[in-house]
Design a protein around this ligand. Structure first.
Ligand SMILES: *[C@@H]1O[C@H](CO)[C@@H](O)[C@H](O)[C@H]1NC(C)=O
Ligand SMILES: *[C@@H]1O[C@H](CO)[C@@H](O)[C@H](O)[C@H]1NC(C)=O
Ligand SMILES: *[C@@H]1O[C@H](CO)[C@@H](O)[C@H](O)[C@H]1NC(C)=O
Ligand SMILES: *[C@@H]1O[C@H](CO)[C@@H](O)[C@H](O)[C@H]1NC(C)=O
Ligand SMILES: *[C@@H]1O[C@H](CO)[C@@H](O)[C@H](O)[C@H]1NC(C)=O
Length: 277
């Protein structure tokens, strides 16, 4: 029995580990490949391709893409290549955010984008403001002061924890100073709950930017021959019913992935140990 055999075996195993981990690094985030088949985002993917931003994304380990559907990207498609590149790179956050992590943002956060890493962004142009509204909505906008939070989270398209997350948002985020601004749509009409006095006392909420439109007096709708006052009017900017906060997501929702992280860590440790042998 040659006592050296197990050691060379171990060395071989270690080599395989090192080799496979470095080769998986080479094609790190193949973003165009990942988005293949999501036809609804075809125009966005085309822009990632044309602007070559996909190459910069592929060099990253941790990215969240605020993606736009063919229907909502129209507002920026007619712009110059330079503007399109700046705007699209604003939609690439250099951090990982899935729905759970977003819901844990207490109020708001300022996140670095790929545009910041280009080195040509001014002031806060290269940052995105994520705001968790009291209603539970997640809004995104340029972090430049007074820029509006134009984009709303519509859905999580897919995630590869903790490297890549793709989130569909409602409108393009155009940092002030990069061509024509895009403003948020007026709040959608909804039926306000009857007599909801503002009894909220905690200082959790900030609704300052929702009061820009003039609130009409409590007059019923102008429809002359409807007997009952129809509340589906234009006073849609009343604060939403704050009953359904999404804050009670149990913290242990992520334990599965936590466990897989521990496993990955153990494997990495093993690889190091084998390497030393
Ligand atoms: C995912 O992120 C980790 C840590 O940031 C990194 O080591 C790994 O290479 C990344 N994987 C890919 C496919 O980018
Ligand atoms: C979205 O737009 C792209 C290119 O502009 C197109 O190839 C794709 O078919 C469109 N997808 C849908 C669902 O319309
Ligand atoms: C990217 O653009 C090139 C042409 O410039 C094209 O050949 C290729 O198919 C495109 N890839 C994707 C995923 O759209
Ligand atoms: C994000 O925007 C909101 C609304 O404009 C603002 O109140 C908040 O301070 C901003 N947060 C950060 C981190 O810039
Ligand atoms: C932001 O808005 C406030 C109020 O509308 C205004 O007084 C202030 O000058 C604005 N700041 C900037 C940097 O535009």
């Amino acid at each position: 029995m040659n006592p050296k055999t197990p050691f060379s075996l171990l060395a071989l195993v270690a080599l395989v580990f090192v080799f496979s981990s470095s080769s998986s690094r080479v094609n790190a985030l193949n973003i165009l490949e990942q988005l293949k088949g999501y036809d609804n985002y075809g125009a966005f993917v085309e822009l990632l391709n044309q602007t070559k931003l996909y190459q910069k994304i592929n060099q990253r380990n941790t990215v969240t893409i605020l993606i736009l559907t063919n229907a909502t990207i129209g507002a920026i498609q007619g712009r110059s290549d330079d503007e399109k590149e700046k705007i699209i790179s604003t939609h690439v956050l250099l951090d990982y955010f899935d729905k759970i992590k977003l819901s844990k943002i207490a109020k708001s956060a300022k996140i670095t984008t790929l545009y910041q890493s280009s080195g040509v962004a001014d002031g806060n142009q290269g940052f995105v403001n994520i705001t968790h509204m009291a209603s539970g909505d997640i809004l995104f906008g340029s972090a430049v002061k007074n820029a509006s939070l134009v984009a709303r989270l519509e859905k999580e398209v897919f995630t590869k924890p903790y490297n890549l997350s793709v989130l569909q948002v409602s409108l393009p985020i155009v940092p002030p100073g990069i061509g024509e601004a895009i403003l948020p749509p007026p709040p959608p009409p909804f039926t306000p709950p009857p007599a909801d006095p503002p009894t909220k006392s905690d200082d959790e909420e900030e609704e300052t930017e929702e009061e820009s439109t003039d609130t009409p007096a409590e007059a019923p709708g102008p429809e002359s021959d409807s007997p009952a006052p129809s509340p589906v009017g234009d006073d849609a900017d009343a604060p939403g019913p704050a009953t359904d906060k999404e804050e009670d997501t149990p913290a242990d929702t992520a334990t599965g992935s936590g466990a897989s992280r521990v496993f990955v860590g153990a494997v990495a440790l093993m690889a190091v140990v084998f390497n030393l042998l």
